[in-house]
Design a protein around this ligand. Structure first.
Ligand code: XMP
Length: 318
């Protein structure tokens, strides 16, 4: 039977009402379609008892705080912005292993939510977890591909209870739900973005400098691919972004030797994120992206194009 977003919303609202009962809930909006849809459903189910927050982790996309605040206003959500970038960077200092990074981020988010929840006597956390998040996080005989920060990244002994109204559905269904909920198109059609944000696009240890580089590079890739798709040069991929490798290579700038970072261009076609094929970006678009990145980001001396499918790769670099 075809997925019916209207019916799904009614059922999800009922689940939220029953789960949370007469208590209060907090929801964290990240700017992605999943958390916005979960927040909008919870907002309908718990009028006056839902607190929406946005955590600025310092790992977000360019101009994200502004975009999220505006979209929340349009969605009728009263949003509190929590500035926490120092907290995230200091906790992630020295962490190189991808799973360790994911667990630190998951735990830091939860501690922030718990602190907020305590202030307003909130006992539930609404999360926009969708099916691939918990499938990839392992358990029940499944291998852990990666601990999604909102599933395997959750710390033991968590004081707040979870409510996840989107748990059983996939991204294309969430988009239908978000559209039905009346969210703006730039939210329901937005490309997916991982919960641990730019931290999983910087391979290895993150620093504010590396995050800044990848943020700028992601913005160039987004702009150029969106332009190419508007000009009908290519289909808009499921996801398109840049990653930063933990190596420097030698190059020349003017007459001088350079020794700078390597940026990876990643763009994939997918239906649900579980499998993916790399997108065929036309050569002139690749050329433009490469030139812009090396011209606009002085720390980058080389740009490479990732032509790996999932499997054996994953969509993100970590
Ligand atoms: P991977 O990299 O596992 O990604 O092939 C599949 C899809 O999931 C996104 N992703 C995440 N989403 N929390 C999320 O909410 C996470 O921890 C996370 N890690 C990856 C990824 O961007 C892709 O769309």
């Amino acid at each position: 039977m075809a997925f019916n977003p209207k019916k799904f919303i009614e059922e999800a609202e009922e689940i939220v009402r029953k789960t949370v009962g007469g208590e209060k809930a907090i929801v964290a909006v990240s700017g992605g379609v999943d958390s916005f849809a979960a927040a909008a459903i919870a907002g309908k189910a718990l009028p006056g008892r839902l607190f929406a927050v946005y955590v600025d982790t310092g790992l977000m996309r360019k101009n994200e705080t502004k975009k999220v605040t505006e979209a929340a206003k349009k969605a009728g959500l009263k949003l509190k912005v929590i500035e926490a970038s120092d907290k995230f960077f200091s906790r992630l200092k020295g962490a190189e292993d991808p799973e360790k990074k994911r667990k630190i981020i998951g735990e830091t988010f939860i501690r922030i939510f718990e602190e907020e929840a305590k202030k307003d006597k909130v006992t539930y956390l609404i999360q926009g977890t969708i099916a691939p998040d918990w499938i990839e996080s392992g358990g029940l005989g499944r291998d852990t591909i990666k601990s999604h920060h909102n599933v395997g990244g959750l710390p033991p002994g968590m004081k707040i209870k979870l409510c996840e109204p989107l748990r059983e559905i996939y991204k294309h269904e969430v988009r239908m739900v978000a559209k039905e909920l009346g969210l703006p198109e730039y939210i329901y059609n937005r490309q997916p973005f991982p919960g641990p944000a730019l931290a999983v696009r910087v391979v290895g240890e993150i620093t504010p400098e590396k995050v800044k580089i990848v943020r700028e590079a992601c913005s160039v890739v987004e702009e150029e691919i969106e332009r190419a798709s508007e000009e009908a040069k290519m289909e808009l991929p499921w996801q398109y972004f840049a990653g930063l490798l933990p190596v420097k290579t030698v190059g020349v700038r003017g007459d001088e030797r350079s020794y700078q970072y390597v940026v990876v261009i990643r763009a994939v076609r997918s239906l649900d994120g579980m499998t993916a094929n790399f997108s065929h970006i036309p050569a002139d678009v690749l050329q433009k992206i490469s030139t812009r990145i090396t011209n606009e980001i002085k720390e980058v001396g080389r740009v490479v194009y990732d032509i790996t499918n999932k499997p054996p790769g994953t969509i993100e670099l970590e």
